[in-house]
Ligand binder design. Sequence first.
Ligand code: CP
Length: 339
Amino acid sequence: MSSNLGRFLDLADVGREGVLDLLKLALKLERQPDPQALAGKILGLVFLNPSLRTLASFQAGMARLGGTSFVITPGQGTWALETRMGVAMNGGAAEHIREGLPVLASYCDALGIRAFADGKDLAADLADQNFLAMAALVDKPLINLESAINHPCQALADWKTLDDVGVPTRAKFVLSWVNHPRALPLAVPAAVVHMAALRGHEVVVLRPEGYALPPEIIERARRAAAESGGSVTETSERAAALRGAHVVYAKEWGSTAHYGDATRDLELRAGLGDWQVREPWFSHAAPDCRLMHCLPVRRNVAVADEVLDGPRSLVLREAHNRLLVQIAVLHRLLARSST
Ligand code: CP
């Protein structure tokens, strides 16, 4: 990613060399902060869905670089925004994104948008239709704060976390489905499987029947693996997947076999209570196997206390790294000179 490139939407756009360059900058700015780099610059943050880490870390990152930020949560103190095109606006939303987003972009130097999947039409969500429609309305540097099918800031922070604790690029990386009371989007699993493949890992996607990642996500990750010498496979055989694992990345996502059907999904996951990461999961893993999760995590549903509070857990480091890598992204996008 070159200085003032203008967009941070997908690690695939940035590429392996660009990722390594951003991580080098993150390390440099951690050691030698640049507190006036973005003096006078403004970041707008639009959250169509809730957040703790993304919201706080972007505001903190902007402040650490001498800039400022504003946050819009449509419908909570500001007008609710209509995102559908071509509809008669006779419902709750008073303003359309076609006006709202260009107006907000005109007030700032860069804009971040979080817009989760609708969770109804898999093809539309895989194509990131809503986010891309919003991106087309913004003529300023733009950051994906999590869209239907991507979370590049999380993926970049996770790559840094793997570097920090010395996980080698050829290590076995298991992305495991874990249980949750309801169906969650595919953004993090899609971004993480791509990141791990691009880093060069032997990636195994472990999930119960009915939760296979869509072929589009797997094929994209395989293309990244081909570039980096890694591999991507998918299985429901837990013991085999976990044998020799160096990293278990736990993540919840909705059934792809019943995408958009909350009732069928709920029926399916009712029998999947043992898809909770517990200490015995690691009995045949590598001795220092690590546990990762993007947070927020449902304790004792997705991951047991004994694992989250134990020495394997990297979850707090991952969350802290969100701040460090986003400082690098902001610096690249907005600083006058970004080395
Ligand atoms: N991991 C992550 O994006 O956290 P938030 O949803 O709290 O921003």
